[in-house]
Design a protein around this ligand. Sequence first.
Ligand SMILES: [Zn+2]
Length: 101
Amino acid sequence: MTFEEIKDIVRRLLKDLKCAHCNRRYENEGIRFLAAYCCEAVFHFFCVHCAYQVIVQVQMIDGEEGEEGKTMTITQNDVLDIHNFLNQFNGDFEKLFSHKT
Ligand SMILES: [Zn+2]
């Protein structure tokens, strides 16, 4: 995944994604890029309005649909305690992404 693709994903997420708690849009300063692996990227979203946090996993799929030629699948996982996740995570993204839903 290229830097341009990651920037494009962030632009689309900012446009489309709303906080599941207060339903307001996320701000630029509330988004942190965590990792990219193959065609997937993981972001940490922090709502500056209500402090709600989520981990967002984005999968890019090549396809004919859409003006930009790629379809984006978003999986949003509510995170109650992001600090525990980050403290326990050992950096093994291959293992993190190996279990398909
Ligand atoms: Zn919020």
